[in-house]
Ligand binder design. Structure first.
Ligand code: PHE
Length: 356
């Protein structure tokens, strides 16, 4: 390929430069261009050879030959540089085009998980109380019998203590139970925090029930406790109505029905007017024809509980309540069967939203 060219032969040098520039222009990609550049400007090339020949020229010709070579080399390098820039631009454009994301392409879907609706509901309930300025507390699920029963005015021989539905913890006489309600946290908070006290306690509780459509051995409650000066049953009623509105929508009808708990006096069950028949269908399956649905227990805190927790009942009094969270979810979400809540099928949870 390398023709021998004299550095003084301007026409021949121009021809070499034309050929080199044409070769550069014809390079299809950067790799080919790099090969051609070596070929037209490398050691063996006509240009390099002509450059070398300058030293053996007579002194008088050297300057002219040097000028000629300078012009030729600048032309040739400029031609290669221009082509390289053009090819690099093309390559960048191609890369951008292939990097385009087609957002309409179907993806390999990894199913998203969902928080359990019972957890979400506990958060919502906690929000209701936080908005009223109450504290949120938690207590242990494995609980001292003293907190679960004694502090709450269950006498040593109180039948509820031996009720079939308590999980006692081995060894016998350990003094430990799986808490049967969230009420022991009333005593814990009174002892650790003192009065006045406004606290809501969501959490798991345990009873030896068989799993069926309406029972589960592990379920959830939200406990409420308010102790202050001058609290009355009207405050209890107002608080529960506020919670009922937040859970079921404004205008839900509630009633207090006299009942008994060792730790409240007077005590009541809180019922909701049946959502389905509104107390108009004696054959209604939701309320069993009674017109009312039981939601939870409540009452004015028994002075014996206050005394057990170091609070002076002549100065302070207040109310407490405990609502079932599963029941709340059943009424709110139209869940018919407890199995759906415990089986952990994400298709069930997903129906209640997937908020994090
Ligand atoms: N702890 C009671 C229960 O589990 C509910 C309750 C709580 C009643 C607070 C009165 C006051 O049935």
């Amino acid at each position: 390929m390398s023709q021998s060219v004299s550095p003084l032969d301007q026409a021949a040098l121009d021809r070499v430069a034309d050929q080199a520039a044409a070769a550069a222009q014809g390079a299809a990609d950067l790799e080919e261009l790099a090969g051609l550049r070596r070929q037209w400007t490398g050691d063996q090339s006509a240009i390099a050879q002509a450059n070398k020949a300058i030293k053996s020229l007579p002194g008088a010709d050297k300057a002219q030959a040097g000028k000629n070579m300078g012009v030729v080399k600048r032309r040739v390098f400029a031609a290669f540089d221009a082509r390289r820039e053009a090819l690099e631009e093309q390559a960048a454009a191609r890369q951008l085009a292939t990097q385009t994301v087609d957002v309409t392409l179907p993806t390999g879907r990894i199913p998203r998980g969902a928080r359990h609706p019972l957890e979400l509901l506990q958060d919502r309930i906690a929000d209701v109380f936080t908005a009223m300025g109450w504290m949120i507390a938690e207590g242990p699920e494995l609980e001292a019998e003293w907190f679960n029963f004694d502090a709450l005015n269950f006498g040593p021989d109180h039948p509820a203590r031996q009720m079939q539905d308590t999980f006692f913890v081995d060894p016998p006489g350990s003094g430990l139970v799986m808490r049967t309600h969230t009420s022991p946290v009333q005593a814990r908070v009174l002892l650790s925090h003192g009065v006045p006290c406004y606290v809501a306690v969501p959490g798991k509780v345990f009873r030896t029930d068989e799993l069926d459509a309406t029972h589960t051995p592990v379920f959830h409650q939200v406990e409420g406790l308010a102790i202050d000066k001058n609290l009355t049953m009207a405050d209890l009623r107002g608080t529960l109505d506020r919670l009922a509105d937040a859970m079921f929508g404004a205008g839900v009808v509630t009633r207090l029905r006299p009942s008994f708990f060792p730790f409240t006096e007077p005590s009541a069950e809180l019922d909701l007017l049946c959502f389905v028949c509104r107390a108009k269908d004696p054959a209604c399956r939701t309320c069993g024809g009674s017109g009312w649905i039981e939601w939870g227990g409540c009452g004015m805190v028994d002075p014996n509980v206050l005394v057990a927790c170091g609070v002076d009942p002549t100065q302070y009094q207040g109310f407490a309540f405990g609502m079932g969270i599963e029941r709340t979810l059943m009424f709110r979400g139209g869940v018919q069967d407890m199995h759906d809540m415990v089986e952990g099928d994400v298709r069930f949870s997903g129906n209640f939203g997937v908020e994090i």
